[in-house]
Design a protein around this ligand. Structure first.
Ligand SMILES: [Zn+2]
Length: 442
């Protein structure tokens, strides 16, 4: 038996398609060709912070065992499925497929880590394909070869989650999704946790259904395959489900965030986790976005908490100079209008500085708040005329309406990779023990 890893990426466009759907079709086709799956299909989200990303920046890998005599037919089937289902008319869609045989070599794993946390180049991918037992097939600019190889290299032996994706039939594409809302509420009550991000608790918005023209009816995220399957059984849909597949994925794991020790190490397009002292009062700009600066011995950098992050922008507004925080997020390069900026996905408050406000003293005679007569010149009461050069400003310390803990963007604005609060302490390591039925097709 031959071990084969099939990676592919960059097949969709804003108008149509979804790389996971090609994976779902291939699960059926390869199954019929006698392949046995050694893992759930892997859905690997790459660095969401790269400038040329596809919509969700998700790459796919199927890991199978098959007879040597079937290898050629399997390869043809994969290439055909990508060709038929990719939106090749879209300029920004540049699909790529990679086949890798036997074990995943360590340099390919390292390449995957760089593709998730930073920026990799086509020539690095092609060098690895040439150097190992692998083949790459690209369409147009072939950018998908990078994601395809990265999906192969990310074997998800560290923290991972699951997503069950149910797909629509072709005649319903582009129409509003007909999901019974109350069934999603019921599903959330019965299965969360271990399922997560089903509903935005604040706005009550249903989060399992996307809105675009893609073939996804809904996607349910969870800690294990049985939880997402059970949740899927509870959700009621008034339109048919064509097929569903459980993916093993790096969703909700913070895999993209790399801890750096100093602000001088922060680089554009490389998501980070970094500590710093808040340099001064945050600014609220048009649209309700909050900007503040953090600093350390090596420099300073702006942080932005955008309005849709909900909780996060509310927390950012309450920061004061001297607070010690750890911020997490993608890094936007400097432009003519803005300096380099960390776009916040989450923030840990490590130490709160006291918030002290200085007031003029009250008049000892009549009790009215006094007026300053100028720096070090004392105070004067406007009501009774009392003057004093000995009185000083009075310091009042206000209670901080914040706690030293982690704050995460509201679920509705979380990135695929952002680890939600409910997952802290549930991080997994190692491969799953046993596969339960991971798909259903017509
Ligand atoms: Zn007075």
């Amino acid at each position: 038996m031959t071990r084969m890893h099939v990676g592919f990426d960059d097949t969709d466009s804003p108008k149509m398609g979804c790389t996971t759907y090609i994976a779902a079709i291939l699960v059926e086709k390869l199954h019929r060709l006698g392949a046995s799956f050694t893992d759930y299909p892997n859905l690997v989200r790459l660095n969401p912070n790269v400038p040329w990303k596809t919509r969700g920046n998700g790459a796919l890998c199927l890991r199978i065992r098959c007879k040597q005599k079937n290898v050629e037919e399997i390869k043809e089937t994969v290439i055909e499925a990508v060709e038929e289902n990719a939106d090749l008319t879209c300029e920004g869609t540049n699909p790529g497929v990679v086949f890798l045989f036997n074990r995943v070599p360590e340099p390919v794993t390292a390449f995957a880590e760089r593709a998730i946390q930073g920026v990799v180049e086509m020539k690095d991918a092609l060098r690895l394909v040439d150097g190992f037992d692998a083949e790459a097939v690209g369409f147009k600019k072939s950018r998908g070869v990078i994601g395809g190889l990265a999906a192969i290299g990310e074997t998800l032996e560290g923290d991972h989650t699951y997503e069950l994706i149910a797909y629509r039939t072709s005649e319903n594409l582009g129409t509003p999704r007909r999901i019974k809302q109350s069934s999603v509420v019921e599903m959330n009550e019965k299965t969360s946790p271990p399922t997560f991000n089903n509903i935005d608790s604040k706005t009550k918005r249903i989060l399992i259904t996307p809105r675009g023209p893609d073939p996804i009816l809904y996607g349910i995220r969870g800690e294990n395959p049985s939880a997402v399957r059970r949740a899927h059984q509870i959700v009621h849909s008034d339109e048919p489900v064509e097929r569903w597949v459980i993916f093993r994925t790096n969703h909700g794991t913070d895999a993209h965030l790399r801890s750096v020790r100093s602000i001088s190490e922060v680089e554009s397009f490389n998501p980070v986790a970094i500590q710093g002292l808040v340099a001064g009062a945050p600014k609220v700009i048009t649209g309700g976005h909050v900007i503040f600066t953090i600093r350390d011995k090596t420099g300073k950098i702006d942080c932005a908490a955008y309005e849709p992050t909900g909780t996060l922008q509310a927390v950012a507004r309450k920061l004061v100079g001297g607070d010690l925080v750890e911020v997490y997020g993608g890094v936007r390069p400097a432009s003519s209008a803005y300096p380099i900026t960390i776009n916040l996905e989450k923030m840990r408050i490590l130490k709160l500085a006291p918030r002290v406000v200085l007031y003029n003293p009250r008049c000892p005679r009549c009790g009215k708040r006094m007026k300053s007569m100028g720096l070090k010149k004392g105070f004067r009461c406007e009501k009774c005329g009392f003057r004093s050069s000995r009185l000083e400003k009075v310091a009042v310390e206000y209670k901080r309406n914040l706690e030293p803990k982690i704050y995460v963007a509201s679920p509705r604005s979380q990135r695929h990779l952002t680890k939600p609060l409910c997952r802290y302490g549930k991080e997994k390591s190692g491969m799953p023990e046993k596969m339960i039925g991971g798909w259903h097709f017509p």
